[in-house]
Design a protein around this ligand. Structure first.
Ligand SMILES: NC(=O)C1=CN([C@@H]2O[C@H](COP(=O)(O)OP(=O)(O)OC[C@H]3O[C@@H](n4cnc5c(N)ncnc54)[C@H](OP(=O)(O)O)[C@@H]3O)[C@@H](O)[C@H]2O)C=CC1
Ligand SMILES: Cc1cn([C@H]2C[C@H](O)[C@@H](COP(=O)(O)OP(=O)(O)O[C@H]3O[C@@H](C)C(=O)[C@@H](O)[C@H]3O)O2)c(=O)[nH]c1=O
Length: 296
């Protein structure tokens, strides 16, 4: 049985749905079920699982700006909880996944290429230039530096075919104005499949950048939304990052490029970002039809 902490959240529910559709026995854990910060209580709740996925954490609503206002929750969920899950899984000798984030980086490497798993985070408290959210995610990875049998999977700006306020494509469609940025992204379907791949095929444990190959600019994504007929909106852009910060954000964002070679070489099912965007957009389901699509 696979236990998923935070399995009712945006990312967790996508993983749980895939596991269930593939016939896996899966159990969702919530903070209501036990004390996440008491190893004995969490250990009892995890019970006789064979594999654990920690999809719990504090991300803020509607976006990471909220983490600047809820620092205690953010630090506990993203930095302390991974350490408790590690203690419990190690004592039970369980393999497990921690969901981390590519947002612990900003920009590209000096040579213009994407960050690899061995590059030190450059959008963290150690650099003192980060959002509170990113700082806590980088600390969460540090806490797991010596973790055994642990997959640290870095997700980066999830998108999918279902219109949802957490979906990057929906965000671009709904924000009044857009920031011009270059980013690596993660197709949520392929992220869920990557979790299943770890549970079933057990590649070498460690850190993996679970992002689609390549990177895209905001303009490219918007052009694709138009060419797929999803919108004909005349998008408005901020003149600069400074204007974005002044008018639409509290915390700086970590727009960045990631290198997924380690994950691809290890067999993770990750396509090129252009193909993944086309797949999500050609199966686009508007929010008004999402719940009826889910029940079909
Ligand atoms: N969405 C994104 O853009 C990205 C997310 N991630 C990471 O993926 C993971 C899941 O994110 P996502 O699904 O978007 O988040 P959600 O907020 O949708 O879900 C996370 C779940 O975690 C639980 N939770 C909330 N606050 C806390 C807390 N302070 N301590 C412990 N548990 C808490 C809640 O479940 P319950 O109430 O049932 O306990 C919640 O439903 C997080 O670790 C996040 O950092 C990484 C990159 C991008
Ligand atoms: C608020 C806002 C953001 N943006 C841009 C900035 C950025 O490039 C992109 C996403 O910014 P948001 O504020 O929507 O999302 P943000 O909360 O920064 O998203 C992050 O969530 C956490 C949980 C993660 O782990 C990250 O990987 C990432 O997915 O959209 C606009 O273009 N216009 C806006 O009005």
């Amino acid at each position: 049985m696979i236990v998923v902490l935070g399995g009712s959240g945006y990312v967790g529910s996508s993983i749980v749905n895939l596991l269930a559709n593939r016939g896996k026995e899966v159990r969702v854990l919530s903070r209501k079920d036990c004390d996440y910060y008491d190893p004995a209580s969490l250990g009892d709740a995890i019970g006789n699982a064979e594999f654990v996925i920690n999809a719990a954490g504090y991300t803020g609503r509607p976006n990471v700006d909220a983490c600047e206002l809820h620092k205690h929750e953010c630090l506990m969920g993203n930095s302390v909880l991974p350490g408790v899950v590690k203690e419990v899984c190690q004592s039970k000798k369980l393999p497990w996944i921690q969901i981390s984030s590519g947002c612990i980086y900003t920009g590209t490497r000096e040579d213009g290429t994407g960050f690899t798993e061995t590059d030190a985070p450059n959008f963290s408290f150690r650099y003192n230039n980060c959002s509170f959210y990113s700082g806590t995610k980088a600390l969460g990875e540090e806490v797991l530096a010596d973790a055994e049998n642990c997959y640290i999977l870095r997700l980066r700006i999830p998108f999918e075919n279902l219109d949802n306020p957490r979906n990057f494509l929906t965000k671009l469609l709904r924000y009044e104005r857009l920031l011009r940025a270059t980013n690596s992204l993660t197709f949520l379907d392929e992220f869920a499949k990557s979790c299943l791949y770890c549970a079933e095929s057990r590649p070498e444990p460690g850190i993996y950048n679970v992002t689609n190959t390549g990177s895209v600019t905001t303009d490219e994504v918007v052009a694709r939304l138009k060419s797929h007929g999803i919108t004909d909106k005349g998008f408005q852009f901020f003149d600069s990052e400074a204007e974005f910060m002044q008018k639409a954000a509290i915390a700086a964002r970590s727009n960045c490029v990631m290198n997924n070679k380690k994950a691809v070489d290890a067999g993770f099912p990750l396509s090129h970002v252009h193909d993944a965007l086309d797949q999500a957009m050609s199966n686009w389901i508007p929010e008004s039809e999402v719940s009826s699509a889910a029940t079909k």
